[in-house]
Design a protein around this ligand. Structure first.
Ligand SMILES: Nc1ncnc2c1ncn2[C@@H]1O[C@H](COP(=O)(O)OP(=O)(O)O)[C@@H](O)[C@H]1O
Ligand SMILES: [Mg+2]
Length: 256
């Protein structure tokens, strides 16, 4: 991921709960920034990176990701008190997503082809992302492309890590409920999604899984009693994904 420095806070994007903000950076780019100090914690940023890069690896359109550095001067000149508190709590590295100007939220009035929908349903099933429903589609149309955003709710198994040893087998067997997925209908029968598992699994080689997890900035990885260093935390993500990839019948709806 590219590293940039934030130069200006432009405006808040208050749709969801996490208060992402639009920021300008020193590469003249505009980024939707997910803040480390936003309350949901660092694991949400980790999930955004891991799932975003997995998505890109299987051909799902996900905005380009970047690490956005926020320094104290930016926070100091922010007039809105709530935003100032958020920036003050977010000094250091945050997650940036390339801002897609003119994009608009998915509402079903225009639908993607079945193959695109199948890839997104498969990605969400694989990463246990429950946050792609009609209430919260987290899909944007941008030009002629359907773009997947907001993957912070995926990989929820990591929320249990502070209190117990990782159990990759348990995640591997957790069935995904695709019935409320916003693209369930467009993707067609779930057997068609399941039939594409070998194709997606072949793209997610051990090297790809390693490199996706390696892209997570070191300081976002939280060690625990059971995962005493960041290498162990990274390995736990790779183990969980590897185990799940190998056992689709247990979690992938429509798989025999
Ligand atoms: N890369 C992007 N380009 C343009 N708009 C975006 C982008 N990412 C998010 N948004 C807008 O910001 C809103 C909130 O982003 P999202 O990632 O869903 O965060 P959350 O739901 O956690 O607040 C989205 O619904 C969308 O309108
Ligand atoms: Mg959202």
């Amino acid at each position: 991921m590219e590293n940039v420095r934030a130069t200006r806070y432009v405006l808040p994007l208050r749709e969801g709960g996490s208060m992402p903000g639009l920021m300008e950076a020193d590469d003249d780019g505009m980024y939707v920034v997910k803040f480390r100090g936003a309350g949901q914690g660092l694991k949400v940023l980790v999930a955004e990176v891991v799932v975003g890069l997995l998505g890109r690896a299987i051909g799902v359109h996900v905005p380009e990701l970047a690490v956005v550095d926020v320094d104290a001067a930016i926070a100091k000149y922010e007039a809105d008190e709530e935003v100032q508190d958020l920036l003050d709590a977010s000094l250091g590295t945050n997650l940036g997503l390339d801002f897609l100007p003119g994009s608009f939220g998915y509402d079903g009035s225009r639908t993607p082809d079945a193959a695109t929908a199948q890839a997104i349903v498969w990605l969400d099933a694989f990463t246990a992302n429950v946050d792609r429903t009609w209430q919260n589609p987290n899909l944007l149309w941008w030009h002629d492309s359907l773009v997947a955003i907001d993957h912070g709710a995926a990989l929820y198994f990591h929320h249990s890590w502070p209190s117990e040893a990782p159990d990759p087998g348990r995640f591997a067997r957790q069935r995904f409920d695709a019935s409320t997925h916003v693209l369930a209908e467009v993707a067609g029968p779930l057997e068609k999604v399941a039939a594409r598992h070998p194709e997606f699994a072949a793209l997610l080689t051990p090297e790809v899984l390693e490199s996706v997890v390696a892209a997570v900035p070191e300081e976002w990885l939280e060690t625990t009693e059971f995962l005493p260093n960041t290498a162990a935390v990274r390995a736990a993500y790779v183990d969980a994904l590897t185990a799940r990839l190998a056992e689709p019948a247990a979690w992938l709806p429509g798989a025999a």
